[in-house]
Design a protein around this ligand. Structure first.
Ligand SMILES: Cc1cc2nc3c(=O)[nH]c(=O)nc-3n(C[C@H](O)[C@H](O)[C@H](O)COP(=O)(O)O)c2cc1C
Length: 197
């Protein structure tokens, strides 16, 4: 049986973790990005379908390619963030199922059923994006998720000719808590959001 994480770990993952808008000038290495994915990939998805694809935008050239598609409120902080992860969805995820779910013919559950493909891809890739946030925080990195961008533009610039589409983005690095960090907004209480039946 697993042990409960320490209070410090719970703070780092959830209670004191924030959405950052300003970034310290400290790089995120290839190794850290590999570590991040190699944690996040273990988060569960239905039939292990793993539809998330990620482009880690880090070079100056790639940031400049991304920049025109960011909303005005998201552009400047994205340009200075050490890395911007484009969390994308592969709508042909089911082609990987013979490898990912080898004990059943799971590919045949999806091929040709577009509504099921769409719902499964969006649900599971979004979950995987959340696993990326948890993985980044576990590694001592901070995140700034964003959905304010021109999705069609990003799809054309980064995923042309594929069945991969952007979902949301996450700025990743070391957050600067001294700038542009708004007061924590309230959350719904247990009784407002949950029921035990
Ligand atoms: C999927 C998603 C999309 C978001 N889009 C934007 C965005 O486009 N621009 C922005 O400034 N913040 C964006 N946010 C940040 C949220 O407003 C922020 O995470 C939320 O208010 C909680 O803040 P906290 O983590 O500091 O408590 C987004 C967050 C998520 C998870």
């Amino acid at each position: 049986m697993s042990e409960m994480l320490s209070e410090t770990a719970l703070d780092q993952l959830f209670r004191t973790a924030r959405t950052f808008n300003a970034w310290l000038p400290k790089d995120v290495s290839d190794e850290q990005l590999h570590q991040l994915y190699d944690l996040a990939k273990f988060g569960p998805t239905s039939a292990n379908c793993s539809p998330m694809r990620v482009v880690f935008v880090r070079s100056k050239e790639a940031k400049e390619k991304l920049s025109p598609f960011m909303s005005d409120g998201n552009r400047a902080k994205t340009l200075v963030a050490p890395v911007t992860a484009i969390i994308a969805i592969d709508y042909e995820f089911y082609e990987q199922l013979p490898k990912l779910f080898p004990h059943a013919d799971a590919r045949s559950w999806f091929a040709g059923n577009q509504p099921l493909i769409d719902a499964t891809a969006f649900r599971n890739a979004s979950l995987q994006g959340a696993y990326v946030i948890a993985a980044a925080r576990s590694l001592g990195l901070d995140c700034g998720p964003m959905s304010g961008f021109d999705q069609d533009g990003v799809n054309e610039a980064f995923f042309a000719g594929t069945k991969i589409k952007s979902n949301f983005m996450i700025n990743i690095g070391y957050g600067d808590a001294s700038r542009d960090l708004f007061p924590r907004s309230p959350r719904l209480s247990f009784d407002e959001a949950c029921k035990i039946v």
